[in-house]
Design a protein around this ligand. Sequence first.
Ligand SMILES: Nc1nc2c(ncn2[C@@H]2O[C@H](COP(=O)(O)OP(=O)(O)OP(=O)(O)O)[C@@H](O)[C@H]2O)c(=O)[nH]1
Ligand SMILES: [Mg+2]
Length: 237
Amino acid sequence: MPARNAALTLERTFQAIPTDWVDEVILVDDRSTDSTLELARRLKLHTIWHPHNVGYGGNQKTCYLEALQRGADVVVMLHPDGQYEPSLIPKLVTPIIEGRADLVLGSRFAEPGAARAGGMPLYKYVANRALTTVENMVLGTQLSEMHTGYRAYSRELLMNVPFLRNSLDFSFDSEMLMQVAHFGYRIAEVPARSRYFDDASSISLKPATVYGLKTLGAALVLVLHRRGIRRSRKYMP
Ligand SMILES: Nc1nc2c(ncn2[C@@H]2O[C@H](COP(=O)(O)OP(=O)(O)OP(=O)(O)O)[C@@H](O)[C@H]2O)c(=O)[nH]1
Ligand SMILES: [Mg+2]
């Protein structure tokens, strides 16, 4: 769980995790200004803290490094803000355990109407669909959603995709997906829901716009790399 200021939602999210499917819950606190860190310790999560705030992507880097070093075979990213259902974890990890996929995405567009029913704002819905269409064209994929925050990764993928070279901010997620497709790892989707509610954290318009533009920028970097015009270390093995 990459966490920042998740004190209001962390306990409920953690309690809903199916314990028979999860060996360990790791939480990385990205210099929260609320009691997220104290709460994580009280809940006895394996807790790591950043001495200063780095961002959502930087937080995930610490999460995955720690998970790999603790021997994880499958790693699920679960947002601690309670927007995604922990009960879906078995469905997210099964394709990896069965050797059918290396990345599983919890897609809010797999079931028609689910995204908006969960409260996704209209502008995020429209931008998400438009960006996903562009990314599918660039990557040659046919995924229904590229902007979900609910994902499971295989150990092999995390060992070989150079995720430490990615951005520190929200565009980390987009870059990761592009790397995974570029290196030819198998991606599967399972239908997921997300709930937008008052205590959940949400990207506001300005960072959401920056995220959208940086996602397009990342797609451009990939195109330039593939055509040999400008090589990027993000796409070198
Ligand atoms: N490390 C780190 N984590 C963050 C930061 N901002 C948010 N997070 C965590 O990452 C999770 C996702 O962030 P959100 O702001 O909810 O963004 P999102 O869910 O991808 O987007 P929305 O659809 O707008 O909700 C939250 O559960 C936060 O605890 C940050 O600046 N640094
Ligand atoms: Mg959120």
